[in-house]
Design a protein around this ligand. Sequence first.
Ligand code: KG4
Ligand code: ZN
Length: 351
Amino acid sequence: MKFLAWYNTYMKILAIESSCDETACAIVEKSTEDQLVKVVAAETATSLQKHKVTKGIVPEVAAREQLKVILPVIQATMASEDRDQLDAIAVTTGPGLIGSLLVGVETARALAMAWDLPVIPVNHLLAHPYANFVTSDDNRQTPEFPILSWVISGGHTQLYFMPNHDRVIKLGGTLDDAAGECFDKCARVLGFDYPGGPEIEKLAGEYQAEPHQQKLPRPLIHDKALNLSFSGLKTAFARLATEVELDQNPQLRPWLADELQQAIVDVIIAKTKLALQQYPQVKTLMVSGGVAANSHLRKKLSQLVNEQGQNRLKLFISPLSLATDNAVMVGAYAAFHPQLKTEWQQISVKL
Ligand code: KG4
Ligand code: ZN
């Protein structure tokens, strides 16, 4: 068994992510002094096409697909790597779909046993922000603590305060549906397959009109707590589509998509402003998760940061390639938390 001692100056980690419909593997490396992680190799397979047919993820189908591709994905990631160079295996242990998670966790366990390596169990939600702690040709900037961090995905919409790498305080989040789920369910009303978020964004981009009266609610926007709610918005969207007789008026689709995108983004921006008022010490605003790919949200976040005044706040939005589920973020989280290492017998799925 290789132990990661505190004095270890360099770590190379094999990371596995299988919490939903993506099967991802990555190798990342980091020295103790580094503020960012370097990606050595990364591969991702997705069962998205299968879920388009059912207009949503069927957990059983996702898990079977994970089983089919996980070893080829790991093999492809390791293609030019020597396993003797690895120091640990990181794996997402939850939250997520149990069948999908089990595939990743049991594979990580088997590799750790066979290769005599420690395992670093990683929480998927805590991993998402670490897509912003990765170096690349066009990013050498380091996020500065304290950080205000959104994770906005298909399963979660949560806001955290991070004073440092080892403390994460939940400030609020959705009381019901996630923002991504709201995009996906409303996209169905417009006839789109899963995932609907990117389709809504594309369609909203076709809408060119003067400012008009808002037709959809902004749930909890004036509430002083940092909570959000999207299930009422979903219902209001379906009602609005019926009221305007969408079937007979397909020309209204871009308008409806734009209405929805604005309503969701307005609430996220309002809650961000509120949190910044409550936590004026924040130096970095960070956004991760699939919905972070939305360009209207990205634009509004940049505006908000500019309004705060020069150099008051740094903005880190996950790069598009790392916004949706991936293993790089899992490896990056593990690289900053080597103290979580354990033995292969000790890991288990945590829903
Ligand atoms: O983080 P992620 O890959 O998986 C979860 O952990 O849920 O996020 C997927 C979600 C889906 O709901 C998808 O519709 C949404 O992210 N999404 C978007 C965009 N790209 C992905 N939502 C709005 N605009 C986008 N461009
Ligand atoms: Zn995710």
